[in-house]
Design a protein around this ligand. Structure first.
Ligand SMILES: *[C@@H]1O[C@H](CO)[C@@H](O)[C@H](O)[C@H]1NC(C)=O
Ligand SMILES: *[C@@H]1O[C@H](CO)[C@@H](O)[C@H](O)[C@H]1NC(C)=O
Ligand SMILES: *[C@@H]1O[C@H](CO)[C@@H](O)[C@H](O)[C@H]1NC(C)=O
Ligand SMILES: *[C@@H]1O[C@H](CO)[C@@H](O)[C@H](O)[C@H]1NC(C)=O
Ligand SMILES: *[C@@H]1O[C@H](CO)[C@@H](O)[C@H](O)[C@H]1NC(C)=O
Ligand SMILES: *[C@@H]1O[C@H](CO)[C@@H](O)[C@H](O)[C@H]1NC(C)=O
Length: 425
């Protein structure tokens, strides 16, 4: 999780990020929240990674396009435009600033990739035709150097000195077709994940943002996110800015990815714990997911216990197994619990999720939870088992709202990504 966070912070911030897939439609999921693209005569189609609704397909006609209104959020000086394309014909706009004008334009022209500042400036074009399959393509313009570059799969494939000029990037953006019957070059093919940056990205950055919608903005927003390492100590990095955990009798220790201060060590006594004050920011009430990396050295004790000396929602190690138990808010009744098989004494990425909407009989039942209490990690105030609990913990992350799809963890180059989907309730 530390790696994921660093990666996130180091990635350049997009001026616009349109995934163009079934999940997000034509919406911008970037921080600028630009208007959604207006789709016309386009439909969802398979994307570059096999998802059946992983792109939009343009039919190659005047009336098949996406128009993105530009209220200033797409207006840049230096610029980088990136997208996945799979073209089926030889000519048409990927991105054209101007409905029927020549602002900055990024096209397929005579089967080649093409980038140009205006209708009359020097342009960059690939020296070869682009094969008709998926490519991760891009163009960048560096105002300081005046150079326009073209990129395919993270490699620079063409450049041209165009001069330092302010761009006509104030126009609305057209993808697929300009609003022109005189210029009948309309793109036939598919486009996935349009990214626009307000600067000329380096090659390293272009490679780094290649999978950006898969590993950053598509992630669910955590209610609380405590890295529990040397860099962030017990502070919450989430937008909720919950109070920092109060560490007591714990110390920094090596983490799951080899960092010497990548976790907190709990000593397995009643005075070794982290207490997180809950001012309401952790009170998920209904559905909840709690995730952490855990390397336990004994068999019993709390990972997360809502309530410093009471039984709110709790997520423990019990008899060497993972244990989670919801706790009905309305009264003292505890709900049915879930147990895992026994846990190996190494780093494990563990979690529990409670689905409030899941009303199935044999399950725990649907009840508002006791998540209003302060949170205890490592030791509950008066429970024998706290005395023998010893563990290293890092990176606690609580996600709220109701999960729609299953939670799944995906490892890629040692960085893990956790995917959820939420009902926006
Ligand atoms: C791009 O950056 C410039 C200078 O930092 C700023 O004035 C402009 O508002 C930015 N545009 C967008 C679309 O973020
Ligand atoms: C590239 O595409 C153009 C336009 O369709 C075509 O005329 C040309 O023959 C193609 N070149 C190659 C090498 O396939
Ligand atoms: C770009 O990468 C894709 C696979 O992601 C590959 O199919 C395509 O041929 C590559 N394009 C070029 C020009 O190498
Ligand atoms: C943009 O051009 C300036 C001036 O030539 C140069 O210092 C800078 O490194 C360039 N930026 C990128 C990302 O290439
Ligand atoms: C992006 O994802 C694809 C498909 O999962 C993978 O092949 C590729 O290596 C990834 N690229 C980066 C830079 O992580
Ligand atoms: C939660 O329960 C609802 C109702 O049974 C179900 O539709 C939904 O898929 C469940 N969510 C998850 C993440 O399992």
């Amino acid at each position: 999780m530390l790696l994921l966070i660093l990666l996130t912070e180091e990635l350049p911030v997009p001026a616009a990020l349109y995934p163009l897939n079934g999940l997000h439609g034509t919406r911008d999921i970037g921080p600028n929240k630009n208007p959604a693209g207006k789709p016309n005569g386009v439909h969802l189609a398979p994307g570059p990674f096999g998802h059946p609704q992983g792109s939009y397909r343009f039919s190659g006609s005047f009336s098949s396009y996406i128009e993105i209104p530009n209220n200033g959020g797409l207006d840049t000086r230096s610029i980088t435009i990136l997208a996945w394309i799979n073209h089926e014909n030889e000519n048409g706009p990927i991105v054209n600033y101007g409905e029927d004008d020549w602002g900055f334009h990024f096209w397929v022209v005579n089967g080649r990739l093409f980038g140009r500042l205006s209708g009359s400036s020097p342009y960059a074009i690939t020296p070869y035709n682009l094969s008709k399959n998926w490519h991760y393509v891009g163009t960048s313009y560096n105002f300081s150097s005046g150079v326009v570059k073209l990129w395919i799969n993270g490699s620079e494939v063409a450049q041209e000195i165009s001069g330092s000029e302010e761009q006509s990037t104030q126009y609305n953006v057209r993808m697929g077709a300009k609003d022109s019957t005189t210029d009948q070059r309309y793109l036939k093919g598919r486009i996935y994940c349009l990214q626009i940056y307000n600067k000329s990205l380096s090659q390293q950055e272009i490679i780094a943002v290649q999978n950006r919608t898969l590993n950053t903005y598509d992630l669910p927003v955590p209610t609380a996110f405590y890295p529990l390492n040397a860099q962030h100590l017990t502070h919450d990095l989430s937008a909720n800015k919950n109070p920092a955990g109060k560490p007591n009798g714990v110390h920094l220790a090596p983490g799951p990815f080899g960092h010497p201060q990548g976790s907190y060590q709990f000593s397995g006594s009643s005075t070794s714990y982290i207490e997180i004050p809950n001012n309401g920011g952790l009170d998920t009430r209904y559905s909840v997911t709690i995730l952490a990396w855990l390397n336990q050295e004994n068999d019993d004790g709390p990972i997360v216990n809502f309530g410093s000396d009471v039984w709110g929602f709790h997520f423990w190690v019990v008899n060497g197994r993972l244990f989670a138990r919801p706790s009905r808010r309305a009264d003292r009744a505890q709900q049915k619990n879930a147990f895992s098989s026994s846990l190996s004494r190494t780093w494990n990425y563990v979690g529990t999720s409670y689905n409030f909407s899941e009303v199935a009989h044999e399950i725990s039942g649907s009840a508002e939870q006791k998540t209003q209490y302060d949170v205890r990690m490592g030791a509950k105030a008066s429970d024998q088992r706290s005395k023998i609990f010893s563990t290293s913990l890092r990176c606690r992350r609580t996600a709220t709202k109701r999960c729609r799809k299953n939670v799944q963890s995906v490892y890629s180059d040692g960085v893990f990504v956790t995917l959820f989907s939420y009902d926006r309730v």
